[in-house]
Ligand binder design. Sequence first.
Ligand code: ACO
Length: 325
Amino acid sequence: MRRYSRITGTGSYLPPRRLTNADLVDELGQRGIETSDEWIVERTGIRARHFAAPDVTCSDMGVEAARNALQAAGLDPTDIDLIIVATSTPDMVFPSAACILQNKLGANGCPAFDVQAVCSGFIYALTVADSMIQSGAARRALVVGSEVFSRILDFNDRTTCVLFGDGAGAVVLEASDTPGILSSDLHADGKHVDILCVPGNVSGGQVLGDPLLKMDGQAVFKLAVGLLEKAAHAVLAKAGLQESDIDWLIPHQANIRIMQGTARKLKLPMDKVVVTVDQHGNTSAASIPLALDHAVRTGQVQPGQTLLLEGVGGGFTWGAVLLKL
Ligand code: ACO
């Protein structure tokens, strides 16, 4: 009998400090940076975001999301035999955020590693966990997306600092006789490194190069919709399903206009799209599991429904996962 993987619990965590656009406009104004609620809402759909306190790390938020997901799945930390954390803002250069999170959780001993695919990170991590479960290498995986993008934002660059927020989301993925994950599709094209990057690195005890986020927003925008459409059609074809079989699209929450463009291409009305970008901003690898958990806990998505998760981000990386909840 074929072995599948299935999501059995979801969880999330948002740091308590919430900044509305008005709060951010005020803070940026004190630095002489001009922006407005109208501009941010019209161009991005974002109305608020959460920022972590200075001493809160990726693993701190990830472990809260993980505990919530474990509770929803009715499992203890020691039941877990694989931990993957998707992040581009880990606690330290090494060890991985996954190892630190594992110790905080008390799931010591199982394999734990980070996946770095920026905003596609959760899609990559979920696909790796699914493959390991299908192969028999794992039985109960914890897949976490956690980001503190506020640490790598240039608050003197209004074209990027208004877009991002902090947070974490997690799922428990368990072996099952029935799907679960129906299909997935991952891609990367490294020729687009420069349009979205944090070019700095640590060397000889110093940070070399600029350690803050750089983005060519229009170039990203142009690539994103086409790539997301291709990934969506690829997972549907692999699973032998049609666009009309999708109950919910849960895209990476970067910009409402990218989400609207993707939905249009897939002939999905916006009331089949889970939208949290308005309240969370772009939380990179955390955005999809945060949106999924929100949709599960509010009853928006229901067990048995078909969900299309997809993301695009720095690298360039992109991908999709089609699953039955
Ligand atoms: N407030 C006010 N004005 C602004 C701001 C701001 N925060 N930022 C830019 N502007 C101004 C610009 O200076 C420009 O002014 P000008 O016409 O006088 O030169 C004007 O607004 C238009 O700027 P554009 O860059 O053309 O605005 P655009 O409509 O392209 O919107 C945006 C910019 C929101 C960044 C858009 O390009 C976008 O969403 N791109 C995709 C970004 C994205 O989603 N990235 C994440 C995906 S991958 C990942 O998640 C890591």
